[in-house]
Design a protein around this ligand. Structure first.
Ligand code: NAD
Length: 507
């Protein structure tokens, strides 16, 4: 049945992974096999880019940037609006392909496409709102203001777990800002990227801008490494692990380029004595088990007030036991597989470390014996001084910790290296405000009575510390994709200098 989906999305058994205004037929970088994590079986093969193909893509992107940057922003917005409409038409098929290639459940696969559509709507409006400030000048008869210009080529490196939405966060905004883009998707999810490129091409083919949004699927990390080192790319927006972020930031920084980093999280949720436990349980289960614990915002550390801890844990275990695990193509499944055999190994190794460090596995902890990469969602009673609790393991392992005072738990919560998403469940206004105060959560996202995952696109998304400091999607994140120019116009007949400096030259 999945062949029908591939066919409707324009994907052949062996497909080129290189687009720069047209598909490069048979690129020579070797083959990449995309497989279904629910079965371990191959779906299709992708031919990857050589360094020469990459250079051609960058040349095409440089050329298209020159044309695209002078198109009025609302005209650029109209292309993005049409992309949103095309995505609406293909929402079900693209969602199914996301499910097929990542193992996300169907609701999450379609939800990811909906997020792309929402980003297109947002960026369309934004195309009429790229505003600058006017600032009072200290000099008479002078006008000072800021304006924003496109940057150039934006390199977009994406992770496997949001194979299409993260591209849209970047490309929809960068596009209306006037940048051309080159997308380097995860080698684990090349087909979803190819499908998006096909949908995009339906929109751009008659506009003269078919080479603005480009695709470069290389082997492994190669194309990402080329981008990081490439002086022709002023901004590299990279989503993935902290390890990748260190590498990209160092390489881009060494040429004084800009990087926008969306990296790993180690997200915590505090449940206080006064919390609505019904809400808190539902939120914890969705945040910890959703996408099989493979979201950057997945709940990893659950801090329970000691007075409610035992009862809460019991209810949590009961809720876990009702989760249907299975093939994510089936409608009522709530948890699919991990992405790969390596991800299962990583989870099993982490569980060994947990036991060595004194953690108590109170639910799950095993691989599920069936084809594909299925594991049990796992709950561990842990202590915050266990070193493993400080690391992000990209799997459904939830550490449960207990606490006595809010001050103490906020300090523990903030003591990890990552700073992406955080949450508190409380019905006391003082506790909520304490959590949101300057001395509260140190994360880029702080929620009250909402779990750590599932952010809306209207806000700026991103995190602090090792999460990389980048902000994408809504609010004023667009500014990262443009260069700011401060302009001063003297409309008087004199030449007053700033800071009152006199500099009279005898003529
Ligand atoms: P990953 O770091 O292995 O790969 C991410 C992307 O970076 C891939 O396209 C990969 O090929 C590329 N890459 C890896 N090393 C590179 C290098 N040295 N130079 C250039 N490119 C390189 O991550 P993953 O396993 O695909 O995704 C999971 C990770 O991503 C988790 O840590 C998760 O928290 C994080 N993530 C973060 C966000 C966020 O918005 N903060 C969103 C999604 C995923």
């Amino acid at each position: 049945m999945f062949q029908d989906v591939l066919q409707r999305l324009g994907i052949d058994d062996v497909h080129s992974g290189v687009w720069s205004g047209e598909w490069v037929s048979q690129p020579n970088g070797g083959e990449l096999v995309s497989s279904n994590p629910a079965t371990g079986e191959p779906i299709a093969r992708v031919q990857t880019a050589t360094r020469e193909d990459y250079d051609n893509i960058i040349s095409a992107s440089e050329q298209s940037f020159r044309r695209w940057r002078i198109a009025p922003p609302p005209q650029r917005g109209d292309v993005v609006r049409q992309l949103g409409n095309a995505l609406r038409r293909h929402k079900q098929d693209l969602g199914l392909l996301v499910t097929l290639e990542t193992g996300k459940i169907r609701a999450e696969g379609e939800g990811e496409v909906q997020e792309m559509i929402d980003m297109c709507d947002f960026a369309t409006g934004l195309s009429r709102q790229l505003y600058g400030l006017t600032i009072a000048s200290e000099r008479p008869s002078h006008r000072m203001f800021e304006q924003w210009h496109p940057l150039g080529i934006v390199g977009i490196i994406t992770a496997f777990n949001f194979p299409v939405a993260v591209w849209a966060w970047n490309a929809a905004v960068a596009g209306v800002c006037g940048d051309s883009t080159v997308w380097k998707p995860s080698p684990q999810t090349p087909l979803t990227a190819i499908a998006v490129q096909h949908i995009l091409n339906q929109v751009t083919k008659d506009t003269g801008f078919a080479d603005v949004f480009n695709l470069c699927i290389g082997q492994g990390n190669a194309a990402g490494e080329w981008m990081a080192a490439d002086e022709r790319i002023p901004l590299v927006s990279a989503t993935g692990s902290c390890r990748m972020g260190h590498s990209v930031a160092e390489t881009v920084g060494s040429r004084l380029g800009r990087s926008l980093l969306e990296l790993g999280g180690n997200n915590g949720m505090i449940v206080t004595e006064s919390a609505d436990l019904e809400l808190a349980i539902r939120a914890a289960v969705f945040a910890a088990v959703g996408t099989a614990g493979q979201r950057c915002t997945s709940l990893r550390r659950l801090f329970l007030h000691e007075s409610i801890a035992d009862a809460f844990l019991k209810r949590l275990q009961k809720a876990y036991s009702s989760i249907k695990i299975g093939d994510p193509w089936e409608e009522d499944v709530l948890m699919g597989p991990l992405i790969s055999e390596a991800a299962v190994d990583q989870m099993m190794q982490t569980l060994e470390t947990i036991r060595d460090q004194g953690g108590d596995v109170v639910y799950g902890g095993n691989r599920i014996e069936r084809p594909g990469y299925f594991v049990e969602p796992t709950i561990v009673r842990a202590a915050s001084d266990m070193p493993i609790v400080r690391q992000e393991t990209f799997a459904p392992i939830l550490y449960v910790l207990t606490y006595r005072s809010l001050d103490e738990v906020i300090e523990t919560h903030n003591s990890v290296d990552q700073g992406l998403s955080s949450a508190i469940f409380t019905d006391r206004m003082q506790e909520a405000e304490r959590f949101l105060s300057t001395a509260g959560s140190d994360c880029g996202i702080a929620n009250v009575n909402i779990g750590t995952s599932g952010a809306e696109i209207g806000g700026a998304f991103g995190g602090e510390k090792e999460t990389g400091g980048g902000r994408e999607a809504g609010s004023d994140s667009w500014k990262a994709y443009m260069r700011r120019q401060t302009c001063t116009v003297n409309w008087g007949g004199d030449l007053p200098l700033a800071q009152g400096i006199e500099f009279d030259v005898a003529e």
